[in-house]
Design a protein around this ligand. Sequence first.
Ligand SMILES: NC(=O)c1ccc[n+]([C@@H]2O[C@H](COP(=O)([O-])OP(=O)(O)OC[C@H]3O[C@@H](n4cnc5c(N)ncnc54)[C@H](OP(=O)(O)O)[C@@H]3O)[C@@H](O)[C@H]2O)c1
Length: 312
Amino acid sequence: MRAVVFDTFGGPEVMYVADRPVPEPAPGEVLVRVAAAGVNPIDWIAREGVLGTYFGTPPYVLGWDVSGVVHALGDGVTEFRVGDEVFGMPRFPVAGGGYAEFAAIPAAELAIKPVSIDHAHAAGVPLVGLTVLQSFDIADLRPGQRVLIHAAAGGVGSTAVQIAKARGAYVVGTASEANHAYLRELGADEVIDYTAVAFEDAIGGMDLVLDVRGADYAMRSLRTLKPGGLLFSLVSGVTPDVAAAASAAGVRTGGTAVRPDGAGMRALALRIDGGDLRTHLDHLLPLEQVVEAHTIGKSGHVRGKIVLAVSL
Ligand SMILES: NC(=O)c1ccc[n+]([C@@H]2O[C@H](COP(=O)([O-])OP(=O)(O)OC[C@H]3O[C@@H](n4cnc5c(N)ncnc54)[C@H](OP(=O)(O)O)[C@@H]3O)[C@@H](O)[C@H]2O)c1
């Protein structure tokens, strides 16, 4: 099968397409013929070796967002049949294997793909979708609460805006002006142009801030929270100085790392087919253009998602 591999940590050029054996599904696993694979910032963080061998030791196959067709079943799998269209986020945080024609995936981490979207769009959902569901569950986001979503036009942000709206929240997002109409279409109540104003001067009284930026955004976001509000960081934003400042200001801090979840995937499929959640594809590129996909992604201004076409 064709697979994107890399032998050493490094820049995007270390990735190349190679011929590799089709994996065997272990008991409890499903062999998926991958139609499309989503691209996420964690892919280049892993490939660069920023966190050492935390995600695996090269060579291995990247890719935690998969949409495809069940090709074979491992022993004991009863919940899927050959030919089912499925999507999921395999194995995170160890190597997912999605950038390949076939991936062996634990059945418990998959769900039937939403019927209302194609594989390319479905491949843009799992990692960001599970991240947002799990974050809002931990943060206990409730109807009527005010939530500030940073990088609202990105993969996590676009999903967070829609799910926060569907949960009845008042949603404010940060984005450059070119993305404001897009965010209003997704349901954002207010949009702040972070290039023109300091967001902490433009908004206040928030119950929750979803921070995917970290660095100065974490400290600055504290000022936007009302007493008892929560800064929820998806990056390493809650440093000791931020935690101390939060405590002094009477606000809370938290965060999470996404985990695979078949039930969460089923919940996302329901939201998509119910019309609550859609994916904007900024770029759909062939697997062979994975270097370009990472280069575009790392530039930091993708609207929605980048997806690799594997066997579309
Ligand atoms: N903890 C977890 O489990 C978890 C899960 C998923 C993701 N993450 C992390 O979350 C981060 C975001 O992921 P993602 O997939 O959403 O990234 P992404 O799609 O690459 O984000 C791109 C977006 O960032 C916006 N942006 C860039 N600079 C900005 C700024 N200074 N202020 C506000 N918006 C800005 C851009 O909007 P403009 O073009 O308008 O600037 C663009 O739409 C990554 O670091 C990722 O690793 C963590």
